[in-house]
Design a protein around this ligand. Sequence first.
Ligand SMILES: [Zn+2]
Length: 308
Amino acid sequence: MSFIKHRSKPDELKVLESLNERMNLSVKEKNDLSNLAKGFEGEQKFDEWLITLSNDWNILNDLRFDWNNTYYQIDSLSLLSETIHLFEVKNYEGDYYIENDTWYSVKGLEINNPFLQLMRAESLLRRFIKNLGFKYSIESYLIFINPEFHLYHAPRNQQIIFPTQLPRFMNNLSKKTSKIAKNHTQLIEQLLSSHLTKSPYKRIPKYTFDSLKKGVVCMKCRSFINSFRKISLVCSQCGYKESVTSAVLRSIDEYMILFPEKKITRSTIQEWCKIIPKKTLQKILSNNYEQIIDGKNTHYIVCNKSFN
Ligand SMILES: [Zn+2]
């Protein structure tokens, strides 16, 4: 198999993780954060299964489309011969049950029916590719990846794969090879060009630069680093050591994700990183970013210049 499009941590998750350290999130927002993190973790686990498939498979992960003003996303889309395999991955943990087609967690909280979600994506994708003139059949599967998941009154549905069935299911998939050599290039190009690079953030609370707690966060334990040493930063909570340059670049990445519209200036980044001395910061900025001088003001943009 080859991953044509890789999975990366969703921006919405990155933003929530960062906000969780820098402001007080409500219980609901913390819950959203934990669900997003769990979902991403489950998708990554499923990728480990996909790796075992044969070379005939082309895999596109994490696709988002807007078709006729209807937004939908696909966790994994795999192409083999003339068939598209759609995978919706759920990392649910604990007991769930179904009553009158409605899904509930064991606490009695209704959840979105994940099977309907998959069917909706399948139907929208089917219309989309048909509209482009492609002929592919679609097989869709709802994958429950977490071994701690149990569904009472589970429907006998071959499109729903439970954790205990997953090894067998994947084994069957890996036996499938392409009978007809099919060039997927055109379809892949169309899918990638329609993919939305930005996803609508649904769960992000309001925040401003001024309202957030500033400082460099430890890469390992996510607590704030409170002292500066010349070459490396050492976390007083967990002892993790990171070079100053790497910590600053990481913090600037975080700033850019939180404030995509804002410019990178020395004074803003100085305030953002807090503990880094002016001279050190200046050096890191000029070594790693392109300097744009606009009258009296200077800001920095991302460039491909390698740093030493
Ligand atoms: Zn730490």
